[in-house]
Design a protein around this ligand. Sequence first.
Ligand code: FES
Length: 111
Amino acid sequence: MKEISIIITDKNNRKKKLQAPLSLGISLMEFLKASGYPIMATCGGMALCATCHVEIMKNYELLTEPSNDELNMLDTLPEVFPTSRLSCQIKLTENTPILEIKIRGELESEE
Ligand code: FES
């Protein structure tokens, strides 16, 4: 199974490198949740809640471009970065580059 490396920094600045599968057709948001990051993802991946907000630290320009819906949603956030994306709108496919990201969205209450 093909995989890519994703370097993830969480809100406590803990950095971790994980291998993400490319053949399951999942989104980056789904991968992050499955990996134990408590992203709220209230809308279930419909680009409607922005709680899955991530900042792309590496290879932003190699990702497929965000849709207008995604950009409009990002615009509603109080804090947004030049390389912000909604992780539910990034599908992990053969064309996905190695990524480095920072989690920026709202999390489920942390222990
Ligand atoms: S999960 Fe709601 S916008 Fe991504």
